[in-house]
Write a protein that binds this ligand. Structure first.
Ligand code: SF4
Ligand code: SF4
Length: 414
C-alpha cells in the first residue's frame, strides 16, 4: 500500500512541530529498534545557492528531522551528500558554504561529503559500473531529502534525481550521465531509501536546477515510494509528466504501474501550482538534444576541455550560453557578525521564522557593531529574508554576492 503525506508549513516553528508529528504518528514503524543503528540523511546540495533560492534542501527541514531522531534516542546520525562535481572539481566545499557543517556540529551529528567516500559498484546502462558511497548501502535507515525543483535535463528533480548525489566524485557521475534518465532509475533500483521527505517550502520553477526562480510553495511531502512521490510532485506543480525523463523511463520498464496512476489521479492537493518549465537557451537546447548530447559529453570529458572549464573566462562563456548553470566563484565568505538597524526594523518576526537553530530574533542581534548571536550557524537566512534590509552583515560576502545579485528582490518578498 502506498504511503504519502503532505504538511503545510512555512515557519521554523511550523516545520519543526509538523515534521515531528508526522514522523512520530505516520512513519514510526520505519525507525530501527536499535538506537545505535546508522541513520543517513541525504539532502540535495546541488550548488552553493542556499535553500531560499529554491536550489538546495532547507536547513530548517533537516534540523527538524535531526531533532526528531535525537529526541527519539538515535545516536548514529550522518548527513551525507556528493555535491555537484563542478564545485568539487574547483575544490569548493558546498557543505561548508551552505553551513551544513555548522548545522551538523550544532546537533552533534556526522557530516560526510560523498565525493570522498569509499565506493561500492552499481550496474548502470550499457554494462557500465559506477561507484556509489558505501554509506548509502550500509545505512539502516536511509532518509532521502530532496528539494522540489525543475531541471533542464531531467524535467523535474525530486526523489529520483536526488540519488545522483550518492555517486562518488566526478568520474562516477560522468559515467552515468550519457543515459541520464535510465541511470537515475537504475540508481533508485539499487539504492532504496526507506523514507523520502521532499522540501517544497521554497521550490524552484523555470530554468532549474540553478538558474530558475524561487517559488514559495510552503509544503513538505513524505512517502516511501520515490516513483509515486515524483509523479505526485508533477501534479502539485502542474507539470507535464511526459517531460520528466526518469518517470517516462520507469513507465517504459513497467516499474510504474496502473496503481501508481490511479493513486495520483485520485489524490487531491489542497493547493497546486503552475511551475514554469525549464526552457534552456537555443545553444544549450541544440547541444543537449538526445541525438547530439553524446558528442558534447565526449568533448566535455576530454582533459583539455576540463582544463578550459576551470578558467574564469571560459566559465563565463559557458554560463552566458547557458551550457553551464553554475558560477564557480572562488571567494569564500568572511563572516564577522551581524547587527540590527533598529530604526529600519518593524519587528515583523520574519527573521525569527527562518532561523534553523531557533535563535530568538531580532532581539539577539547586536544593536551596535558586529556580533554573532550565540549558536548562530552563519547561514544568512535571516539577512536574506528581512524585507526592510534591517540586518547588517559585517565581513566579506564573497560567493554570496552572486546569489544576492540574482535573487535579493525575490527572496525578500518570500
Ligand atoms: S525580518 Fe527584519 S524587519 Fe522583520 S523583525 Fe527581523 S530584522 Fe526586523
Ligand atoms: S541568526 Fe541568522 S545567520 Fe545565524 S543561524 Fe539564525 S538565521 Fe542563520
Amino acid at each position: 500500500m502506498f504511503k504519502f503525506d503532505t504538511l503545510k508549513a512555512q515557519t521554523v516553528k511550523e516545520l519543526k512541530t509538523g515534521i515531528k508529528e508526522t514522523l512520530s504518528t505516520k512513519y514510526r514503524e520505519l525507525l530501527p529498534g536499535d538506537k545505535h543503528a546508522s541513520i543517513l540523511i541525504k539532502p540535495n546540495l546541488n550548488s552553493n545557492m542556499n535553500a531560499l533560492t529554491g536550489n538546495t534542501t532547507d536547513l530548517r527541514v533537516i534540523a527538524s528531522v535531526i531533532e526528531f531522531l535525537k529526541e527519539s534516542g538515535y545516536l548514529d546520525i550522518t548527513i551525507g551528500e556528493g555535491t555537484n562535481s563542478g564545485f568539487y572539481r574547483s575544490n569548493i566545499s558546498v557543505i561548508e558554504r551552505l553551513s551544513y557543517d555548522k548545522l551538523a556540529a550544532h546537533y552533534g551529528v556526522k557530516i560526510k561529503d560523498f565525493n570522498y567516500s569509499y565506493t561500492l559498484d552499481v550496474n548502470f546502462a550499457k554494462g557500465i559500473k559506477a561507484g556509489v558511497a558505501k554509506e548509502c548501502i550500509d545505512a539502516e535507515l536511509f532518509i532521502n531529502m530532496p528539494k522540489l525543483k525543475t531541471h533542464f535535463e531531467a524535467g523535474m528533480s525530486v526523489c529520483l534525481k536526488n540519488l545522483m548525489g550518492c555517486l562518488v566524485g566526478q568520474p562516477n557521475k560522468k559515467k552515468t550521465h550519457a543515459s541520464l534518465s535510465e541511470n537515475i532509475v537504475n540508481l533508485n533500483l539499487a539504492l532504496k531509501p526507506h523514507l523520502h521527505i521532499v522540501d517544497a517550502v521554497v521550490s524552484m520553477e523555470g530554468l532549474g536546477p540553478t538558474r530558475g526562480t524561487p517559488l514559495k510553495t510552503g509544503a513538505v511531502f513524505f512517502g516511501t515510494d520515490p516513483f509515486l512521490i515524483d509523479m505526485l510532485m508533477t501534479k502539485f506543480a502542474s507539470f507535464n509528466l511526459k517531460k520528466v525523463g526518469p518517470i517516462q523511463n520507469a513507465v517504459k520498464r513497467n516499474i510504474i504501474t496502473q496503481e501508481h496512476f490511479d493513486f495520483v489521479n485520485n489524490y487531491k492537493f489542497d493547493d497546486t501550482y503552475s511551475f514554469k518549465p525549464p526552457e534552456a537557451g537555443p545553444i544549450a537546447t541544440f547541444i543537449h538534444h538526445p541525438v547530439r548530447q553524446k558528442y558534447f559529453l565526449a568533448v566535455r570529458n576530454t582533459p583539455f576541455f576540463n582544463y578550459l572549464c576551470q578558467t574564469e573566462i571560459f566559465g563565463k562563456i559557458l554560463f552566458a550560453t547557458g551550457l553551464r548553470q553554475d558560477v564557480f566563484i572562488k571567494d569564500e565568505m568572511r563572516f564577522d557578525g551581524l547587527s540590527l538597524n533598529e530604526t529600519a526594523c518593524t519587528n515583523c518576526g520574519k527573521c525569527n521564522d527562518y532561523c534553523p537553530v531557533d535563535i530568538k530574533l531580532p532581539e539577539s542581534f547586536s544593536k551596535g557593531g558586529a556580533s554573532t548571536p550565540a549558536g548562530c550557524i552563519q547561514c544568512l537566512y535571516c539577512y536574506c529574508v528581512c524585507p526592510e534590509k534591517a540586518i547588517n552583515f559585517h565581513g566579506e560576502l564573497g560567493f554570496m554576492s552572486e546569489q544576492i545579485r540574482q535573487y535579493d528582490n525575490i527572496i525578500r518578498k518570500l
